[in-house]
Design a protein around this ligand. Structure first.
Ligand SMILES: C[S@@+](CC[C@H](N)C(=O)[O-])C[C@H]1O[C@@H](n2cnc3c(N)ncnc32)[C@H](O)[C@@H]1O
Length: 236
């Protein structure tokens, strides 16, 4: 359970307000590493033929697009998000790439996914689970809609780094990131929320335990780029 007060309506309107600058700020604030992190996470998905994947908190659809680039023409991805503004930008990118027959972006909430049990071969969430007041609800929903032995992949910022890197990272997270994010998006509060929610997120061992408590098996995690982000993988 998160210690930070998270109001879903406020989070929804915050993401909608930064949507037009979201992709640009991702590239800028991560110094381009966000693409590598997403690709690494996607490589942890099973390489199944004609798979049906779920991308939760899809935002502007970068994960969904990258899944299609890596899989065959019969692969399908459904992306879910509760910000229509983010989804609209994602749909435009998907049409531009000609992936509209393979990717379907839909409005939906992590806490109550609009799908039947065992619908998907695998489910992924990138920088989304941190935003839920109770991580277990989101994990439970993602697990419910997975087929048996389906895989769940979670990419999220890491709250704890090595001693050497911690001071540098925390200064960047709490001072520089809200400053640059605020100037470019005009919403400093959103980037202050980003740093607060990252620092509030469980460390990788703790999150692994939460996944195991939710019944996921063979849980592993991979810290990337000095542990700025971590990818967790589990099997239903
Ligand atoms: C930081 S963005 C990540 C977007 C995308 N996955 C990426 O890698 O760029 C977080 C997204 O989660 C969405 N989100 C947050 N809480 C949500 C919820 N309860 N249900 C659905 N989407 C949610 C936001 O609208 C936002 O688009």
């Amino acid at each position: 359970m998160s210690k930070l007060a998270k109001n879903p309506l406020k989070i929804q309107s915050m993401f909608s307000s930064i949507a037009p600058r979201y992709d640009l700020l991702n590239r800028l604030l991560s110094l381009g590493r966000d693409r590598y992190w997403r690709r690494f996470a996607i490589k942890q998905l099973p390489g199944i033929k004609d798979g049906v994947f779920l991308d939760v908190a899809t935002g502007t659809g970068d994960i969904a697009i990258e899944i299609i680039k890596r899989h065959n023409q019969n692969t399908k991805v459904i992306g879910i998000d509760f910000s229509e503004q983010m989804l609209e930008l994602g749909r435009k990118k998907i049409i531009k790439l000609g992936y509209q027959n393979q990717i379907d972006l839909r409005f939906g909430d992590i806490t109550s996914l609009p799908f039947k049990d065992k619908t998907f071969d695998a489910a992924i969430i990138a920088f989304g689970i941190r935003n839920t007041p109770d991580y277990k609800t989101g994990l439970g929903e993602m697990t419910r809609v997975l087929r048996d032995r389906g895989r769940i992949v979670i990419l999220e910022f890491t709250s704890v780094q090595s001693r050497f890197f911690r001071l540098l990272f925390r200064t960047y997270l709490t001072k520089i990131l809200p400053f640059i994010g605020g100037i470019i998006s005009g919403r400093k509060g959103a980037y202050k929320y980003l740093s607060d929610s990252v620092l509030d997120f469980p460390d990788p061992e703790e999150f692994k335990k939460i996944m195991e408590e939710m019944g996921l098996k063979e849980v592993k995690y991979y810290p990337l780029t000095f542990s700025i982000v971590t990818v967790h993988v589990g099997i239903k």
